[in-house]
Ligand binder design. Structure first.
Ligand SMILES: [Zn+2]
Length: 148
């Protein structure tokens, strides 16, 4: 377990079938994300499914992630709460000032999920709230600030 409710299996879960073992030094990042953000989030949203958390270079490439992705460091997770994901996103935003959230993104592409991440070691959380959806013309995911 990396925290009370989140397991190492959830950290390394991938649907790609590729090797996704997390290097030992990155486990503390997974624990920090779980303890400081995911556990408090779970209190208000209930149990959630983790689509993607840590990504090995191969997994990150396979899912089209950028090399600078915080998933590479186990500092971000894509979570799917029960019920309406956008509603859950808005509920999560009520904790934005309180929790050390670096980025929280409502992503909508075929299905919906919430990308949520912690800051890198020694960096201040940016507390950015974004919406990510494919550009209707190019299909490329684009991100814009979310204004409540
Ligand atoms: Zn993500």
């Amino acid at each position: 377990m990396v925290s009370i409710h989140f397991s190492l299996e959830e950290v390394t879960h991938t649907d790609t079938g590729l090797d996704n073992e997390i290097p030992e030094p990155l486990k503390q990042n997974a624990t920090r994300l779980a303890e400081t953000i995911l556990e408090p989030l779970r209190v208000i949203l209930g149990p959630m499914r983790i689509n993607s958390w840590f990504r090995s270079p191969g997994v990150n490439k396979a899912v089209g992630g950028v090399e600078s992705s915080y998933h590479r460091l186990a500092l971000s997770a894509d979570v799917v709460p029960n019920g309406d994901v956008f509603k859950a996103f808005k509920m999560a935003l009520t904790l934005l000032a309180e929790l050390p959230i670096d980025q929280i993104i409502f992503e909508h592409h075929n299905s919906s999920w919430i990308h949520i991440g912690a800051a890198k070691d020694g960096e201040a959380p940016r507390r950015q709230a974004l919406i990510g959806e494919p550009n209707p013309v190019t299909g490329k995911m684009t991100y814009r600030a979310y204004r409540a």
